[in-house]
Design a protein around this ligand. Structure first.
Ligand code: NAD
Length: 350
């Protein structure tokens, strides 16, 4: 049986959980594609505010398009885009909505009224949901909960490598200096274009944000923005509770989902080559869902570990959203199994 949106339900299976997306931009379109690849979820539609090229592409990809608000319906009609109704109508079809609108768009009362569960993204404060999610850390705690926030790309990147270090060796304290991309590739309005912009807040918001998932991790973060549109790079120093070798650390990360290695010795000397590898992998949108650690940039001096990692900001949170849906709707009780299922569907690690 072929369902609108592209989910294939095998005969005899329980019907897939119904998922809606509100906000079809950088993150929304990727979560939509990822949901479509799951056999236990069905994408019921995506809500767009404006009838722009992204709305047109959503229709071309076979997604049911909805207008965020009723007063936008004539604009969609004028643009020749068929809509199935408004966000309110979309929510009637859904068990859960993934909110991928900009921060503080304020849809919580709308979702509450519609009686749907909701996931928000990292632009929102932890206080909105009181639950910040990372599949490897707290999948079990998310089983059945109504509201979840998936932290930002940078926060997710830090958690992916620091959490296993803390579990295996103990982290006394860590410092992450984060070199952040200025904006995303489709954005031609934001900068900086020819400047380096330090974040003067200290610590940057990322440290406390990591602590919304790992409350006891002693982490300080410093951030600056540079004129590039793909990938952040983190330079990280970690004081461990025991002496280890670089090999021990690499061994732990090799067994950690969604962490991958690149090597300067292979000519991967910058984010440019990492994104070229992502293109060579021929994944959807050339997305790199894993955190890329420079293997030959891992150094240990005494109990202090130094390493560099790169984060594809458009992609790393996507599998976390899929696992969050699975946990909240209790489609899978075991976090490890959900991670494996999601990763297989997205071509991670295979
Ligand atoms: P985006 O601007 O690319 O997309 C936002 C979408 O929401 C667009 O389709 C826009 O038209 C729509 N929109 C704007 N205002 C709206 C409103 N009031 N109501 C409904 N729809 C509205 O944004 P994004 O980069 O996808 O970010 C979405 C969320 O994901 C934010 O919380 C952001 O912090 C977070 N996030 C972004 C990145 C990233 O690198 N872009 C990474 C991780 C998390």
């Amino acid at each position: 049986m072929y369902l609108a949106g592209g989910t294939i339900a095998r005969s005899g299976d329980v019907m897939p959980a119904k998922v809606a997306i509100n906000g079809y931009g950088t993150i929304g379109k990727r979560v939509a594609d990822a949901v479509r690849r799951q056999d236990d979820m069905h994408l019921v539609g995506v809500a767009k505010m404006k009838p722009n090229y992204e709305a047109r592409m959503a229709v071309e990809r076979g997604y049911a398009l909805y207008a965020t608000a009723g007063d936008a319906l004539p604009k969609f009609e004028k643009a020749g885009l068929k809509v199935h109704g408004t966000l309110e109508d979309l929510l009637k079809e859904a068990d859960l909505v993934v909110d991928c609108t900009p921060e503080e768009s304020g849809y919580k009362p709308t979702y509450e009224k519609a009686g749907v569960k909701a996931i928000w993204q990292g632009g929102e404060d932890h206080a909105l949901t009181n639950f910040s999610f990372n599949a490897a850390v707290n999948y079990g705690d998310a089983l059945g909960v109504p509201w979840v926030r998936v932290p930002s790309c940078n926060t997710t990147g830090l958690i992916r490598t620091l959490y296993p270090l803390d579990v295996h060796f103990g982290v006394e304290k860590a410092l992450a200096v984060m070199v952040r991309r200025a904006t995303d590739p489709p954005d031609s309005k934001k900068g900086p274009i020819n400047a380096i912009e330090p974040e003067l807040e200290m610590p940057s918001h990322h440290g406390p944000d990591v602590q919304s998932v790992l409350p006891t991790l002693n982490l300080h973060t410093i951030a600056l923005k540079v004129p590039t549109t793909i990938m952040h790079v983190h330079a990280i120093a970690v004081e461990l509770k025991q002496e280890v070798s670089a090999g021990d650390v690499i061994g732990v990360w090799r067994r950690t989902p969604r962490v991958t290695f690149v090597r300067g010795a292979d000519g991967v000397t910058s984010t440019a080559q990492i994104m070229e590898i992502a293109r060579d992998l021929s994944r959807s949108r050339a997305d790199l869902y894993e955190i890329a650690v420079w293997q030959d940039g891992v150094h240990v001096v005494g109990k202090t570990l130094y390493y560099f990692q790169a984060v594809h900001q458009e992609a790393d949170v996507v599998p976390e959203n899929v696992d969050a849906i699975r946990a909240m709707l209790k489609l899978e009780k075991d976090g490890r199994r959900s991670i494996e299922k999601t990763d297989k569907s997205l071509g991670i690690g295979g």
